[in-house]
Design a protein around this ligand. Sequence first.
Ligand SMILES: CC(=O)Nc1ccn([C@H]2C[C@H](O)[C@@H](CO)O2)c(=O)n1
Length: 104
Amino acid sequence: MIPTSITFFEYLTPLVASGAKTITIRDASENHYVPGSQVEVFTLETHQKVCDITILSVEPLAFDDINAFHAQQESLPLDELKQIIQKVYPNQQSLFMISFELVK
Ligand SMILES: CC(=O)Nc1ccn([C@H]2C[C@H](O)[C@@H](CO)O2)c(=O)n1
């Protein structure tokens, strides 16, 4: 089944809805998004619909390879991005970068 929704922490959703955030880094439980598919974005905490995005690609990304360019695409400072990922996915080296664009 092609997934049709994705959740983001509520405080990050303005970055998605504005088009400023164009990637998200997730673990293997969310590596099944399909390039070209349209996906509804919801807040994780309250499940409010935020916007729609189109998935562009899903690629493996090691935690140690996360760099300033990833942070720029996340619209977050690099140290904050790495702290968030370590908190959400503790001790996970094997991650996935999901690239997307906002549906206007
Ligand atoms: C279940 C769920 O919604 N999990 C996540 C995981 C990550 N994020 C954000 C935090 C960072 O900006 C990037 C990188 O993981 O994605 C999130 O909003 N929700």
